[in-house]
Design a protein around this ligand. Structure first.
Ligand SMILES: Cc1cc2nc3c(=O)[nH]c(=O)nc-3n(C[C@H](O)[C@H](O)[C@H](O)COP(=O)(O)OP(=O)(O)OC[C@H]3O[C@@H](n4cnc5c(N)ncnc54)[C@H](O)[C@@H]3O)c2cc1C
Length: 249
């Protein structure tokens, strides 16, 4: 609607998918939570299992736009809008989400980490719709760390968005997964930084190595919302804060 009103989309007929029941609902099984693509931010925030097991997604939903956007905006729309500054993708990446795409000829699944291929470029065909987003449930207790840094606390687009999970087990970091928004052309899962910190004690040396790797892994830019230097500094500070807070759970 924003693009249409700004004159950036042709005024022709569009298909409204809001009433497709196949794209709605939140289903729970033993090993997975599946969100229909049309799940709204309000529905995410109100869901007990999501609040308990995927708190970063609920926090992202709570910090997205205002209440009107949260009641109407969908998680599927947030993914397909493909903004590198969107708030739910870093949480979805850190939770290792999987997407299910459907078309007349069938359906296929793809890891969300492989979905964004370049700025506003995605692995989706013109005849496909996003049907659902799958989140693997884990029995391991993890620390969840999500920070949206914007100009204001509400109604602001992220300058940096940081989502990470992990824990310390017998003195070593394990299951650490982290992802950032607004620091690259796509929402970025930072696998190189993860490789540096996993299976390592969360000490000063690990923090320094992780920060050096993250500096190489992200590619923040200057734009009207922030600067490259500020985004880099904030990303590194958040990484350090996450690592210092990691605890044995
Ligand atoms: C005032 C305002 C504030 C906002 N604040 C934020 C914010 O703080 N954080 C943030 O991340 N975003 C924000 N947004 C962006 C937007 O609201 C969200 O991205 C929202 O989730 C989009 O969902 P939607 O259902 O409205 O998608 P739409 O805008 O309807 O769709 C977005 C794109 O995705 C495609 N699409 C949607 N669903 C599917 C599907 N199931 N399968 C295939 N293609 C699909 C559409 O064709 C379109 O190209 C804001 C927008 C506004 C207008």
């Amino acid at each position: 609607m924003v693009l249409l009103e700004a004159g950036k989309l042709p005024h022709k007929n569009y298909v409204n998918i809001w009433n497709l029941p196949e794209l709605r609902g939140i289903a729970i099984t033993d090993d997975r939570v599946t969100l229909g693509a049309l799940t709204t931010y309000t529905e995410i925030q109100n869901h007990e299992v999501l609040r308990e097991e995927f708190p970063m997604l609920c926090q992202a939903a709570k910090e997205t736009g205002g209440i009107a956007i949260q009641n109407r905006g969908t998680i599927g729309g947030n993914i397909l809008n493909a903004s590198p500054a969107a708030d739910s993708p870093p949480a979805l990446l850190a939770y290792d989400a999987e997407l299910e795409l459907v078309s007349k000829t069938g359906s296929r699944r793809i890891r969300y980490a492989n979905f964004h291929t370049g700025y506003k470029q995605m692995d989706i065909r013109a005849d496909e719709l996003l049907q659902s987003i799958g989140l693997p449930r884990t029995k391991n207790a993890l620390m969840h760390y999500y920070r949206k840094v914007g100009t204001r606390k509400a109604q602001a687009i992220s300058k940096v968005c940081f989502a990470a999970v992990g824990r310390v087990n017998i003195g070593r970091i394990e299951s650490a997964r982290l992802a950032l928004g607004s620091v690259a052309p796509i929402p970025l899962r930072c696998v190189n930084t993860e490789a540096v910190i996993n299976d390592r004690a969360p000490d000063g040396e690990a923090i320094a190595a992780a920060k050096a790797t993250l500096t190489r892994e992200i590619a923040p830019i200057d734009d009207f919302r922030s600067t490259r230097d500020y985004r880099l500094r904030v990303s590194l500070n958040l990484l350090e804060d996450f690592l210092r807070r990691l605890e044995t759970l």
